[in-house]
Design a protein around this ligand. Sequence first.
Ligand code: HEC
Length: 137
Amino acid sequence: MTLASTTPTVCTVSGTTLTLVAAGTCTLTADQAGNTGYAAAPQVVRSFTVAAAPVVVAPSATNGKVLYNTAFNGSSCASCHSTMPSLNLSKVLKGANSPSTILNAINQNKGGMGVLAGKLTTQNLDDIAAYLAQPTL
Ligand code: HEC
């Protein structure tokens, strides 16, 4: 049996080892030659999608600082926790490198933080958590 790729810019085959090269549609053919006892098998063709890896955006403490000071629904982190998070007012530094702590506090409406519910994306929370890990930035 012989495996081959008809889309070598997306995937290549060496023996029975398939290597993904790029995002796109990978199409493979399988051929089985005949011999004196057997007829050749009809060629089998299969295709599948090779998806690109998700783009991972590293948290930005600098952007987190902007968000920390931005009002949503009239309230910002700074308006309740002071513009200097290093003071750790109302335990804000528990959110350092911990976006889930911030999200849980919002969802549980700790100290009225529920006002921010639905206002911050996952990336926003990651950025703010990165800023709280460098609160004197
Ligand atoms: C309306 C005022 C208010 C706003 C707005 C607010 N907080 Fe808070 N936050 C508080 C208070 C008060 C507490 C302490 C609550 C308690 O101890 O029960 C608190 C607690 C926390 C905690 C500790 C949670 C815990 O598990 O103990 C973190 C972390 C935090 N806030 C981060 C933030 C961040 C980041 C923002 C902005 C995205 C923010 N807060 C916005 C008032 C606020």
